[in-house]
Design a protein around this ligand. Structure first.
Ligand code: 13P
Ligand code: SF4
Length: 382
């Protein structure tokens, strides 16, 4: 195949089969009667959260993506922070970080398109090394993943050889490879307690999110040491903002994510992973809900909970928002951008992720008790 700057050489096993050229560029797709009819049911689904005026722009891409997925035997894993036209109209499997990792491991598709950020695509590749894993935009990073390197974890290991290192999945494969076990926001307390028990220690190192670590510390007797990383979306919420929202909407349920500072959780009614937040709204069916998290989450949850009114004091994740329908379409059309992990790093990272997935189900609900007192967590000294 000749190299062409407009059509990078496909890196997957589909290279040279001519699939990429069989489909028009995103800008050439039009909104005609066929597209309208094939996407009508999806418009009905998202009509309350996607402006009608935008539909003629979204529908041709949604239609093309859904047909291309079948042709490629591809599956789109969409995180809860994707915009609703992605989440509800092209996502085959949706959820929080833990659920997406489990789905990647179980999928029998040839191609996984990760509608989420780069660390999620790497996790999918680690768990499904035989599959082609694509991320639609290489800018889709994460402030937590950028806060720590594999060399940092090696220095922590040297300084604290007696304590297990629990790494949040929002990290690079290299960081996972240096760790003992991974966790997500839906199982962090369970993982810390299990691994401290296995190692026979009273202390676990939970990196790199200092707020998640402090919030875990308030839920467990295990002493937690941590790192000074933070999520740039959740660190910006403040307890004063929550108090203000509470006084303006006294009947609303305030639901937070554990990447928020501890005093934000303390001021809320519920805290948990994005999956646990969505389940809480579904199960409690509050009249009014306030989700203290990324902006698209309320839109996606609102679609499934028409009886709840959402107040939306959100922060955008600039990394998640690099993922668009046009990017997903180009990703499937050109088989770009393929995510690969060095086999030795992947093998060691897999053992950390798999150790998390292999833990037995917990009796504890995947939620943080916001009534518990705030507990200190020290930083590792390296
Ligand atoms: P969860 O979906 O696992 O709660 O993670 C939230 C997040 O910030 C992902 O980047
Ligand atoms: Fe990273 Fe926060 Fe964005 Fe999630 S929301 S990808 S943790 S910066």
């Amino acid at each position: 195949m000749k190299s062409n700057p407009d059509h990078p050489t496909p890196t997957s096993r589909f290279a040279g089969r001519g699939h990429a050229s069989a489909w028009p560029e995103a800008r050439e797709l039009g909104y005609d009667e066929g597209v309208r009819a094939r996407t009508e049911h999806l418009l009905e689904r998202v009509a309350d959260v996607v402006p009608q005026a935008e539909w003629p722009l979204h529908a041709p891409l949604i239609d093309a993506i859904n047909r291309l997925k079948v042709e490629r035997n591809a599956v789109i894993l969409a995180h809860n922070y994707m915009t609703p036209e992605i989440f509800h109209c092209v996502g085959d499997a949706t959820g929080d970080s833990l659920k997406l990792a489990q789905l990647a491991a179980e999928s029998d598709a040839d191609i996984i398109v990760q509608a989420g950020v780069h660390f999620m695509a790497e996790t999918a590749k680690i768990l499904a090394p035989e599959k082609t894993v694509l991320v639609p935009d290489l800018r889709a990073g994460c402030s937590l993943a950028a806060s720590i390197t594999g060399a940092d974890v090696r220095r922590i290991r040297q300084a604290y050889p007696a304590y297990p290192i629990v790494t949040y999945v929002n990290t690079s494969a290299e960081v996972k490879a240096e760790s003992d076990i991974c966790c997500t926001s839906s199982n962090a307390v369970q993982v810390v307690e299990a691994v401290a028990g296995q190692w026979g220690t009273d202390t676990a190192i939970l990196i790199p999110d200092e707020y998640l670590a402090k919030n875990v510390a308030s839920q467990t007797a295990v002493r937690i040491l941590t790192w000074k990383g933070a999520c740039e979306v959740h660190e910006r919420f403040t307890a004063e903002e929550i108090a203000q929202l509470r006084s303006e909407h006294p009947d609303a349920m305030i639901i937070t994510h554990p990447e928020c500072p501890p005093d934000v959780l303390k001021a809320a009614d519920f805290a948990g992973s994005t999956g646990a937040m969505a389940a809480f709204v579904r199960d409690q069916a509050p009249k009014t809900a306030i989700l203290i998290t990324e902006c698209s989450m309320s839109d996606n949850v609102a679609v499934e909970n028409p009886g709840t009114r959402f107040i939306r004091p959100c922060n955008l994740c600039p990394h998640m928002k690099t993922i668009s329908l046009a990017g997903i379409y180009e990703s499937l059309r050109r088989l770009q951008f393929e995510v690969n992990v060095d086999p030795d790093v992947a093998r060691r990272a897999r053992s950390s992720v798999q150790a998390m997935l292999d833990l037995p189900g917990s009796e504890k609900p995947p939620a943080f008790d916001t009534r518990r007192p705030i507990t200190a967590a020290d930083y590792v000294a390296v």
